[in-house]
Design a binder for this molecule. Sequence first.
Ligand SMILES: *[C@@H]1O[C@H](CO)[C@@H](O)[C@H](O)[C@H]1NC(C)=O
Ligand SMILES: *[C@@H]1O[C@H](CO)[C@@H](O)[C@H](O)[C@H]1NC(C)=O
Ligand SMILES: *[C@@H]1O[C@H](CO)[C@@H](O)[C@H](O)[C@H]1NC(C)=O
Ligand SMILES: *[C@@H]1O[C@H](CO)[C@@H](O)[C@H](O)[C@H]1NC(C)=O
Ligand SMILES: *[C@@H]1O[C@H](CO)[C@@H](O)[C@H](O)[C@H]1NC(C)=O
Ligand SMILES: *[C@@H]1O[C@H](CO)[C@@H](O)[C@H](O)[C@H]1NC(C)=O
Ligand SMILES: *[C@@H]1O[C@H](CO)[C@@H](O)[C@H](O)[C@H]1NC(C)=O
Ligand SMILES: *[C@@H]1O[C@H](CO)[C@@H](O)[C@H](O)[C@H]1NC(C)=O
Ligand SMILES: *[C@@H]1O[C@H](CO)[C@@H](O)[C@H](O)[C@H]1NC(C)=O
Ligand SMILES: *[C@@H]1O[C@H](CO)[C@@H](O)[C@H](O)[C@H]1NC(C)=O
Ligand SMILES: *[C@@H]1O[C@H](CO)[C@@H](O)[C@H](O)[C@H]1NC(C)=O
Length: 502
Amino acid sequence: MASPKSLALALLCHLAVARPTVQLDNGTFTGTTTGSAPNTTSNTTSFLGIPFAFPPVGDLRFRLPVAHEPYNGSFNATTMSPACTQQALVYPDLTLLPFPLGVEVNAILHSVYTVVTPDSEDCLYINVIKPNWATSTSNLPVVVWIYGGAFQTGSTSQNDGKVIVERSIFLNKPVIYVSMNYRLSALGFLAGPQVQQANISNIGLQDQRLALRWVQTYIAAFGGDPTKVTIWGESAGAISVSLHMIANNGNPEGLFRAAFMQSGSPIPIGNETSMSAEQAFNQFVTKAGCNGTTDPIACLRQANYTTIKAAQDASPGPFSSSGLAHIWLPRGDGVFLTDNPQTLVENRVIAQVPVVTGDCDDEGTMFALANTNLITDDDFRGWVQQFWYPNATKEQLDKLLKVYPSTLPEGSPFNTSYLNGLTPQFKRIAAYEGDLVFEAPRRFFQSAISQNQWAFLSKRLKATPLLGSYHGSDLPFVYSQSLLLGELRDALIYFINNLDPV
Ligand SMILES: *[C@@H]1O[C@H](CO)[C@@H](O)[C@H](O)[C@H]1NC(C)=O
Ligand SMILES: *[C@@H]1O[C@H](CO)[C@@H](O)[C@H](O)[C@H]1NC(C)=O
Ligand SMILES: *[C@@H]1O[C@H](CO)[C@@H](O)[C@H](O)[C@H]1NC(C)=O
Ligand SMILES: *[C@@H]1O[C@H](CO)[C@@H](O)[C@H](O)[C@H]1NC(C)=O
Ligand SMILES: *[C@@H]1O[C@H](CO)[C@@H](O)[C@H](O)[C@H]1NC(C)=O
Ligand SMILES: *[C@@H]1O[C@H](CO)[C@@H](O)[C@H](O)[C@H]1NC(C)=O
Ligand SMILES: *[C@@H]1O[C@H](CO)[C@@H](O)[C@H](O)[C@H]1NC(C)=O
Ligand SMILES: *[C@@H]1O[C@H](CO)[C@@H](O)[C@H](O)[C@H]1NC(C)=O
Ligand SMILES: *[C@@H]1O[C@H](CO)[C@@H](O)[C@H](O)[C@H]1NC(C)=O
Ligand SMILES: *[C@@H]1O[C@H](CO)[C@@H](O)[C@H](O)[C@H]1NC(C)=O
Ligand SMILES: *[C@@H]1O[C@H](CO)[C@@H](O)[C@H](O)[C@H]1NC(C)=O
């Protein structure tokens, strides 16, 4: 006969291997609980890799996402899905930099921009992390994370949502964390008039929107309150959050009640009918061998994945000489984004939800590393004209050069005097690009918002050589394991709960 002690051990072992489940429709999803005891208040339970759409493969490639049918049967929800197909990434040449500075800067660039593996076209999966004690009657507020990566790279696997949930329990402000994959690069943001006509614009943004609908349908089963959803993102993820606020003519459809943005606002990107979108489409179609066909989009759907991937990889990335003038981005399509984003902001077509939005002080520095070949004032002028304002007059360019002088103390990293002048134009390009793509669109967005809003400018990690408070430098202060660093994380958690970050 078993002794009480061995019975107790057997019971403990049983508890340790017991898997948490959740019932969605007629589907049973098995997740994982972190830690050894399934019922300790600070432990979390994760349900990972839940399909929210039909795999966008075959004829569903280059189509808006199609919602998954009601679930039935058993699902293993213990691991995340592959990332969506990533675009290849070329990092800037840092051989100019002395050892060990080059090594340090290189490591930072790789931590902010990562090509995630494995990746796949079949990638539309969602993850839910909850306090392990939450049940379908808990009604906890929910935060939905949208990752960044220039709309070219990134995945839910890069950031650990458990950190947010654990801290929220510690603060006695428990939340449920959700993250979804969305399609990237050409597969997610193919652009041009023909794309608009086919009604397949902004696929990646529509993936996110479908995931937000999924949250409405299913989050209560995990213990979440579908009326208390905050959408949150960084970089391309923050741009996405801001675009969900102006999408659908500013009607949030009850999908979210608050928005938290780190380094991203509606950027000046124009319409599907713009010249740049049409050029990008034509180049892509040609690279994929579909030019001259009667229905190039149908041809792209049938194309070999290797071919599509190679055509996509040939697109400019964040460290190309064109800088942040990307080609695969959300654009005004006349339906989902009824006009180009800047016009919508100007017309105050914006969801009336509370907002927290912030940038880092030196958003442009890492991108300026791609332009170390620009040495003289004329080099800078030519670059601005080529990639940003091809039709600007001489007077306009004169003014711009005056507002962004090459004097080192005026450039970015700001407030570093004569330090960090890698080239005579480096700090100037960094200041210009940081303002153009981050600070100015944020201020413009904020000026159009009439509801409650809070803003921040992160000067953390200012001492980082060359980069200062670089793009992405605020992210560790949210996701880092170390609770000492977490004041931005706590602001986020208070905001999700109380619609007030303080
Ligand atoms: C679940 O199964 C029951 C019994 O088989 C069926 O009546 C019901 O329609 C199913 N629900 C869904 C959402 O599939
Ligand atoms: C789970 O909770 C227990 C008890 O509080 C703790 O010892 C353990 O470290 C936790 N596990 C994790 C992964 O946090
Ligand atoms: C649901 O799953 C059960 C058991 O696997 C199966 O018998 C049934 O046909 C499925 N129902 C649907 C609607 O797919
Ligand atoms: C679930 O999937 C993981 C990863 O593929 C695997 O290790 C595990 O054995 C699976 N569990 C079940 C019950 O199938
Ligand atoms: C967790 O354990 C505590 C103490 O044993 C108990 O009071 C509580 O009801 C349990 N919670 C759940 C959700 O099982
Ligand atoms: C275009 O897609 C939207 C969904 O985003 C849908 O409401 C609309 O009916 C579609 N229009 C056409 C012409 O297919
Ligand atoms: C497609 O473009 C390629 C490269 O520009 C060119 O060689 C080829 O002739 C074009 N094919 C058609 C059918 O237009
Ligand atoms: C796709 O195209 C590549 C290069 O042309 C070729 O090597 C590969 O075998 C093709 N794959 C399939 C599945 O057709
Ligand atoms: C963008 O598209 C909208 C709707 O199609 C149109 O009204 C607007 O004039 C366009 N704006 C630009 C800058 O092309
Ligand atoms: C620049 O001007 C040309 C000629 O007027 C025009 O076709 C083109 O669309 C303009 N480009 C931009 C980016 O405004
Ligand atoms: C930091 O630099 C900016 C831009 O050059 C300047 O406007 C600001 O006054 C400086 N702040 C401090 C504290 O020196």
